[in-house]
Design a protein around this ligand. Sequence first.
Ligand code: NI
Length: 217
Amino acid sequence: MNQEDILIKAEEYIQKLLANDGAGHDYWHIYRVVKLSKTINEHEKANSFVVELAAWLHDIADHKYHDGDHSAGPREGRRWMELHGVDEEVIVQVENIIKEISFKGAEVKTEMSSLEGKIVQDADRLDAIGAIGIARTFAYGGNRNRLMYDPSVKPVLHTDFETYKNSSAPTINHFYEKLLLLKTRMNTETAKKLAEKRHLFMEEYLAQFFSEWEGKK
Ligand code: NI
């Protein structure tokens, strides 16, 4: 199978697999990450096939939905790629990207070892901020039965992945525990520029949210 066909198959597979996810990890998240990855790669000039394939497969088995099993994603990715005759060299690269990509808490470092991985991680993080990020965050919080906001629960900067993962804090806290930190976590210069506008939009949104919370304009 040629590269173009593999990418079409990957899209078809992911579209079916994630069709009914109401918590922000649906097919359209993957679609946006693919688009963003390509936009970033116009400037970064990494291997476009690896970038696009990894973007399609990066959430193939999200640990949040596999009882925290971090090996599920890379394993599922490899299984799919082997089934579709992807070269072993590419499989190893994409498998690594899936392994390295998830955010594990404010103080926990996650380094991507390849430029392709840096690009897909940037795209994934860009889709977590801005107007889309706000929508996804509330969708996810609702799905988890979380309050939107509770002034008595203060945000926590998690220093380990376990407490970050098990947090049941109100959704607004997530802006301070993750989303507002992402701007400084971008790997590529291209993504840093794209993050600026989305970051400012979230700050404006939060200011308005708190103003309305207290019955002001
Ligand atoms: Ni993702």
